[in-house]
Design a protein around this ligand. Structure first.
Ligand code: NI
Length: 185
């Protein structure tokens, strides 16, 4: 089932998401809906707050990029109760967008390495290290669990330049190909 994606300005995107327990109702159904919603919007990552749930669940699917980088071949993951344990390495800038901020792409600095701990849908624990673009995608999605969004990192100057676009999103003026939920409607 395709769910509406919450758009910038909605207060739920600013809440700190909570851990869930294995008895969370229909977790596998929720994760399937998140993948479907993300694929429908041509996204590569989606966090539960973006569909209005303040729980620590995120999905990432980079397999469509496998042609350009073979290391993404099997990178389709569900991370539950994620905690970034370390984030370090050289900071690099690269363009980012977000399904909750349609129409805006900006260059963001991210650390080159993260160590992340999480469980999968069966509550099997993992602790993994990621570098480069994978580390970037994980940091972006993880930020959603912490109530943060990529535009928070922009300089005052860049923020000023996109201010009217952000205000449009807050005011419900959104143009994109997928269903959204704004704070105003
Ligand atoms: Ni995002």
């Amino acid at each position: 089932m395709i769910l509406p994606i919450y758009v910038y300005g909605h207060p739920l995107l600013r809440k700190i998401a909570q851990d869930i327990t294995p008895d969370y109702p229909d977790l596998k159904g929720l994760v399937a809906n998140m993948f479907e919603t993300m694929h429908n919007a041509d996204g590569v990552g989606l966090a539960a707050p973006q569909i209005g749930l303040d729980i620590r669940v995120l999905v990432i699917d980079l397999t469509s990029y496998a042609d350009t980088d073979h290391s993404f071949k099997d990178f389709k993951k569900t991370m539950i109760n994620a905690r970034i344990l370390e984030a370090d390495g050289e900071e690099k800038a690269s363009d980012e967008g977000c399904l909750s901020i349609p129409g805006i792409n900006e260059s963001v600095y991210r650390k080159n390495h993260v160590k992340i701990k999480y469980v999968d849908v069966d509550f099997v624990e993992y602790e993994e290290d990621y570098y480069g673009h994978l580390a970037r995608v994980i940091q972006h999605e993880y930020d959603h669990l912490e109530g943060k969004m990529f535009v928070d990192y922009l300089s005052g100057f860049r923020k000023q330049l996109i201010k009217s676009k952000l205000n449009n999103l807050i005011n419900g003026k959104v143009r994109c190909s997928y269903r959204v939920k704004t704070v105003k409607k």
